[in-house]
Structure formats: structure tokens, C-alpha cells
Write a protein that binds this ligand. Structure first.
Ligand SMILES: [Cu+2]
Length: 196
């Protein structure tokens, strides 16, 4: 029977103990597999972002969230529903913690409606159930969604992007009324239904 090596590091290990070099080789192989998975996932994000032209919803239209109230398109007097010269409706809303301003808007049915939204603080979400309206409202950008309502009715509109402790109470209402009942006002007036 052969003598065991004098060097204790070269003596055979007891059954069940994996030699250190085997552990090192296995760990470095798994580290390389993990690194390769990360590279593949990052590449998928970059490639789909470039190929799909992903960008902030729904167009790259920037606005300064700090000066919304000072004038321009999202000044308070300009919020709500406006009827354009071509008969379509444009609704301007601001999302802020924790409400949409104005809290309720009225729009005519069977009319092209364009929602234009921006945020005064953090990311919010604007969703009208059973319609194509579903967008994030990102501070610094104007989100624009076009739709048309075939029937009159009420849409409850919860903010669907977690925006803070009061998020659960953040919702607004879109009231769709028959076209002939929609009171068309002058171009400087805005229709709202918050007081109803
Ligand atoms: Cu929210």
C-alpha cells in the first residue's frame, strides 16, 4: 500500500468533500453563464428599444413641469375640454399627487377626442376602461391619445401608475354626453363637470 503524501494538501479528501479546484471551476463557469445571460437581456432591451422606436408615451413632446401653472397650454384656464374649429374635441389634463386637474371632464360622443396630458410631479397613468386610451403621464413630456366614444356614459378613471401614498384615491371621471347635448362654448371657454 502506498504511503500517503507528506503534504497534507495533497492527501485524498474524505468521501463527500469536493476538492477546492473543482468548486472554483464550477463557480467560475456559473458566473460566466450569469454574465452571458445579463449581456443577452441587455441586448434584447437595446435592440427592441431601437427597432421598435420605444420612447415616452405617446410622442416626444417635452414641457417644463415646473412652469405648467405660469402659462402656456397647461395653464389652469386652458384645462378641460375645448372644441376645435374642425369640430373635434381636445381635452387637456394635468396629473398631480393625488388628483387629475380638472377632476372631471365632459366630452361629446361620436366626435374625435384628443387627450393631452402631462404631470406636475411624478409618473401617473391615464386609463379609460374598454377604450384604446391607456398611457403613462410622465413629468416633462406631453402624452397624447386620440379616441372617439360611440356611446354616452361615465368613465371612472383611476390613476394606474403607483405614484405615492395617496395613489389609491387618485381618479377622475370622463363624462361622455350625446353630441347634441354637449354645450359648445367659445374657443376660450372650457367645459368641466367637477361642480356637478
Ligand atoms: Cu397614481
Amino acid at each position: 500500500m502506498a504511503e500517503p503524501p507528506a503534504n497534507p494538501l495533497q492527501r485524498p479528501l474524505a468521501d463527500g468533500i469536493v476538492p477546492e479546484e473543482v468548486v472554483t471551476r464550477t463557480e467560475s463557469r456559473w458566473a460566466m453563464i450569469m454574465a452571458a445571460m445579463l449581456v443577452v437581456m441587455m441586448a434584447v432591451i437595446v435592440v427592441t428599444g431601437v427597432a421598435g422606436a420605444l420612447h415616452p408615451s405617446s410622442n416626444v413632446e417635452v414641457i417644463d413641469p415646473l412652469t405648467l401653472h405660469l402659462g402656456g397650454e397647461f395653464a389652469q384656464s386652458n384645462l378641460g375640454t375645448a372644441i376645435e374649429p374642425d369640430g373635434s374635441a381636445t381635452v387637456r389634463l394635468i396629473g398631480e399627487q393625488y388628483d387629475f386637474v380638472p377632476h372631471c371632464v365632459r366630452v361629446p360622443a361620436n366626435t374625435p377626442v384628443k387627450f393631452r396630458l402631462t404631470s406636475a410631479d411624478v409618473v401617473h397613468g391615464f386609463l379609460l376602461p374598454d377604450t384604446n386610451v391607456n398611457t403613462m403621464v410622465v413629468p416633462g413630456f406631453v402624452a397624447e391619445v386620440r379616441t372617439s366614444f360611440a356611446e354616452s356614459g361615465e368613465y371612472a378613471m383611476p390613476c394606474h401608475e403607483f405614484c405615492g401614498l395617496g395613489h389609491h384615491a387618485m381618479w377622475t371621471r370622463v363624462s361622455v354626453v350625446p353630441k347634441d347635448q354637449f354645450v359648445a362654448r367659445g374657443p376660450l371657454e372650457r367645459t368641466r363637470c367637477a361642480k356637478q
